[in-house]
Design a protein around this ligand. Structure first.
Ligand code: ZN
Ligand code: ZN
Length: 401
């Protein structure tokens, strides 16, 4: 049975490969920003309708949930994100973005094609599906608070209750054709912060009558580097970065205020609490030394993804079985990145697969969020096979038990 099923999935994947690629390209042409994935939603719905898969759209905004129902049994979910980034595409591909200023530079077009592809394959396999497979297409992964929480609130994991969930992300750091996994907390808590330094502006020739917010900001940014290097243990993984700074008017005016925003990446609840407190204290201390005022605002982002060990084991075994041992590997990718898949994995056992797309010969080794990011398209087929077969394995195990 296992072997027959495996062969059936592999031959369907071969036969439908052109379809997976054309779906990916169709999504790639119409990148849309977080929570405004309207064209994308319509496209997903039309593919589902064409395949005779029942679905519900408008979930969590522009999200879509589709169920492929087999005989009674448990339910497994496959999740894809839908949004793109406001990056101008620079790939020169024939199917490059038609929505100017936006690009699928994080591979979410590939995620949608793989989850849809797995749905199509499972639907084609027909009657002996020993449970239910739910496809979740979620808006707004790139923009905290993210689309996952709203999808969950609006029933993505309910009626019937989802028993386990698989998420995936393409990555160029893993060689094309391989699928990688990671143990424990595989992503970081990704929180943001905003700092405002309020001094006193004035004429550039009279700095002694002013409190120069730019000088205070410079001191603060320099001191900030010691949070990671001197306050946190060398054994802990922490990142603190300022990504944007703005202040001042022109050459001969002392700046009255400076604003900056940054990100904090941590792996434990303790550090997630302590690091922002350290930054706030440092800000207030620095400001008071210069006669300025500091305002600190913490903007909570995604928690870390923690994979379920047992379920991850099952999915890893399924991937090894269908793709071969040499094509299942490990990765450090996303170590300090954030992903709102974390919210699903907090509710039900989850695992996250990294689908390798790195292929130097095909120029698909650019990092995520690069204006030249592209995937190596034959990997879509492997991703579909891995997801479809893992779903079957999860559903049929219950019958055996
Ligand atoms: Zn991204
Ligand atoms: Zn992404």
């Amino acid at each position: 049975m296992g072997c027959v099923l495996k062969d059936a999935i592999l031959s369907l994947c071969d036969g439908m490969e052109a379809r997976f690629i054309s779906m990916r390209r169709a999504f790639h042409r119409i990148p849309e920003p977080s929570f405004a994935e309207h064209q994308t939603q319509a496209k997903i719905c039309s593919y589902l309708k064409g395949a005779g898969i029942s679905f519900k759209s408008g979930v969590g905004g522009t999200g879509v949930i589709a169920d492929i129902k087999g005989s009674r049994g448990r339910t497994i979910a496959l999740r894809s994100d839908m949004d793109a980034l406001n990056i101008g595409e620079d790939t020169g591909l024939s199917f490059a973005s038609r929505n100017k200023g936006f690009m699928h530079a994080c591979g979410h077009d590939a995620h949608m094609a793989m989850v849809l592809g797995a749905g199509l394959v499972i639907k084609r396999l027909g009657s002996d599906l020993p449970g239910r497979v739910r496809l979740i297409f979620q808006p707004g992964e790139e923009t905290p608070p993210g689309g996952a929480l709203r999808m969950i609130k609006e029933g993505a994991l309910g009626s019937p209750r989802v028993g386990a969930i698989i998420g995936a992300h393409v990555v160029a750091s893993v060689p094309s054709g391989k699928i990688a996994f990671n143990d424990g907390a595989i992503s970081a808590a990704a929180d943001d912060f905003r700092v405002t330094i309020i001094g006193r502006g004035g004429h550039g020739s009279n700095p002694h009558e002013c409190v120069d917010a730019i000088v205070v900001a410079a001191q603060f940014i320099t001191a900030l580097q010691t949070v990671v290097s001197r306050r946190v243990s060398g054994l802990d993984n922490v990142v603190v970065s300022i990504g944007k700074i703005s202040g001042g008017e022109r050459d001969n005016i002392i700046a009255g205020t400076v604003e900056m925003v940054g990100t904090i990446r941590t792996k434990t609840p303790d550090l997630r609490r302590r690091v922002p407190a350290m930054i706030k204290k440092l800000l207030h201390g620095t400001c008071s030394g210069f006669g300025a005022k500091g305002r600190f605002e913490f903007i909570a982002g995604y928690p870390p993804i923690v994979c379920d060990e047992k379920f991850s084991g099952l999915v890893k075994r399924a991937c090894t079985d269908i793709l071969g041992k040499s094509r299942v590997t490990k990765t450090e990718e996303l170590r300090m990145g954030g992903e709102d898949f974390a919210y699903y994995a907090r509710q039900v056992p989850g695992t996250f697969m990294f689908v390798g797309v790195g292929n130097k010969k095909k120029d698909s080794s650019k990092s995520l969020h690069s204006s030249r990011f592209d995937i190596d398209e034959p990997v879509l087929k492997s991703g579909v096979a891995a997801m479809a077969y893992s779903a079957y394995r999860y559903l049929s195990r219950e019958k055996e038990a």
